[in-house]
Design a protein around this ligand. Structure first.
Ligand SMILES: Nc1ncnc2c1ncn2[C@@H]1O[C@H](COP(=O)(O)OP(=O)(O)OP(=O)(O)O)[C@@H](O)[C@H]1O
Ligand SMILES: [Mg+2]
Length: 268
């Protein structure tokens, strides 16, 4: 039997809404799969934008991450193929909206996702080199489950005036999770999104963020690009919708930067 290896698990988190978490989960996942990684995107947001954006029809779902969290089914049974080689999705359903309340009295309520991933790795039929967890815009129990399961957090920050607002709260939460639930949790990096080069504010924000966070910020900046925003309505990652557009090219560069950081970590 082949040796079972834990995948690298990255939680894509920011409690601020609309900063590019889901777009990053979908397109980073696609870019990693394109260079030969095997990737699972786990949708932990009841909105289900990662699910639909990867072309999975929510109306036809048999199981979702909700049933996985409450322990009704294993993660293996939730996973759907996306039609993109090397990229699978664990879809979410609206039932997730009630999960926080339902899980309140469950044992290991913060580790439901971590336990499900471990069971899949140890006993399941599916193996991945990367798992990307798309978090909801909140620091609720769903996000805490993602942070408790993750090796590292990837934080998308939108290039707008209040970009850094709320970041300290997220970093405090990461610190708290590291101290109480998951000592190995690190910050993989911060990715600037929706950068508009015609707007001098974008440049100013990018500089400010770099001066505060230093080399935690990836060199790659994701530009604001209309092709990126059109792709989800076609149920496709932008890399399949228009592989040559600036947004696609940026996500390819981000994937190689992330792989480089991961390799440096392994070598260290
Ligand atoms: N680089 C980009 N260029 C243009 N539009 C973008 C870009 N990135 C994201 N968008 C658009 O911005 C909106 C918010 O992006 P996205 O859904 O990825 O954010 P989110 O952080 O996941 O939001 P939520 O907090 O609601 O889950 C979407 O309509 C998306 O298509
Ligand atoms: Mg989202």
């Amino acid at each position: 039997m082949s040796e079972r290896k834990m995948p690298r698990i990255l939680a894509i988190a920011n409690q601020k809404g609309g900063v590019g978490k889901t777009t990053t989960a979908i397109n980073l996942g696609t870019a990693l799969a394109a260079v030969g990684e095997t990737v699972l995107v786990i949708d932990m947001d009841p909105q289900g934008n990662a699910t639909t954006g990867l072309g999975v029809d929510r109306r036809r779902l048999v199981h979702s991450t909700y049933e996985m969290l409450i322990g009704e089914v294993t993660l293996d049974l939730v996973v759907c193929e996306t039609g993109i080689p090397g990229l699978d999705c664990a879809p979410s359903s609206l039932d997730l909206l009630g999960a926080e309340l339902e899980l309140a009295d469950f044992p290991r309520k913060a580790f439901r996702l971590a336990d499900a991933i471990r069971t899949m790795v140890e006993h399941g039929n599916r193996q991945y080199t990367y798992i990307l967890v798309d978090c909801p815009p909140s620091l609720n129990l769903l996000t805490i489950n993602a942070l408790a399961a993750a090796d590292a957090v990837l934080v998308p920050l939108q290039c707008e005036y209040f970009a850094l607002e709320g970041l300290s709260q997220l970093l405090k939460t990461v610190e708290r999770v590291r101290n109480s639930l998951n000592p190995r949790l690190t910050i993989q990096g911060v990715v600037l999104t929706m950068y508009d080069r015609r707007n001098s504010l974008s440049e100013q924000v990018a500089q400010d963020v770099r001066s505060v966070l230093g080399d935690k910020v990836y060199q790659t900046i994701i530009p604001r690009n209309v092709r990126v925003s059109e792709a989800p309505s076609h149920g496709k990652p932008v890399l399949l919708y228009d592989s040559r557009c600036a947004g696609s090219q940026a996500y390819i560069r981000l994937a190689s930067e992330i792989i480089r950081r991961e390799n440096d970590l392994r070598a260290a």
